[in-house]
Design a protein around this ligand. Structure first.
Ligand code: FPP
Length: 235
């Protein structure tokens, strides 16, 4: 297995889908919330490991605009866990070189969560930080629709609307596109995640459920990425 020094190609930006928390808990006879607790606790070690490997951006899909279809009790529990994590774990991560950013729509996220997010994301990004983006109340189609609206509102000339203008109006403005998109949990679909940005991302699907997706699994994904030949339409 390639190690930190010998692995030649490290993705600058890795996007993850936090998938499999509920099943992880159900398999152990635990309530789904226990899986979400375990799942959010796994963000810190994976972000640290990725930063140590030299990646600069990590994005994690934590709650989609479609996840409001889940039972209210589960949604409330997820938001409570998030507030707790932002309060108790994020400051320590921040002090270890991880900067936070929110990707998604603020409304109708609960005020306590928005306040915790604002506080966590307020600090400026330092030169050697890993930028951890939390995709929360995020949907790729909604993001593209919002971007087109913004671009049209500021441009009277439709011929001036180009791919750069749309990229700059996305929630991810200023960030490089993901090089590697990892979906643990056994599903092999994007589920409305980073639809524009993942145009040339390498996709990596794993059966391992997110709470069990540890540094060894991350190494597997990075090794696989290092072997891929990215052509971007060329030869
Ligand atoms: C996308 O697939 C998966 C996500 C958007 C992540 C969902 C994870 C949670 C709701 C738990 C997060 C927990 C915490 C504590 C932040 P999908 O399962 O929504 O879509 P699919 O039905 O197409 O697979």
């Amino acid at each position: 297995m390639a190690d930190l020094k010998t692995r030649e190609r490290i993705p600058a930006h890795v996007a993850f889908v936090m998938d499999g928390n509920g099943r992880w808990a159900t398999q152990r006879g635990l309530p789904r919330t226990a899986g979400h607790r375990e799942g959010i606790a796994n963000v810190n070690p994976i972000a640290n490991a990725l930063r140590a490997h030299g990646s600069r951006y990590m994005t994690i899909y934590m709650f989609s605009t479609e996840n409001w279809k889940r039972p209210t009790e589960e949604i409330d529990a997820i938001f409570e866990l998030l507030v707790e994590w932002l309060r108790d774990t994020a400051p320590e991560m921040r002090s270890r070189g991880i900067a936070f950013r929110h990707l998604g729509v603020r409304e109708p996220l609960p005020p306590a969560l928005l306040a915790a997010l604002d506080e966590t994301c307020a600090e400026p990004v330092r030169a050697d930080d890993l930028v951890l983006s939390l995709a929360l109340n995020y949907g790729g189609r909604g993001e593209i629709t919002d971007a087109i609206r913004k671009v049209i509102a500021t441009s009277s000339d439709s011929s001036a609307i180009d791919e750069q203008a749309i990229s700059a109006a996305l929630y991810t403005a200023g960030m490089p596109d993901p090089d590697l998109l990892v979906r643990p949990g056994g599903e092999t679909r994007l589920s409305n995640y980073l639809l524009w940005q993942a145009a040339y991302a390498e996709l990596y699907f794993s059966q391992v459920l997110w709470p069990d997706f540890d540094e060894r699994e991350l190494d597997r994904a990075l090794d696989e990425y290092a072997k891929r030949h990215r052509r971007f339409g060329g030869l």
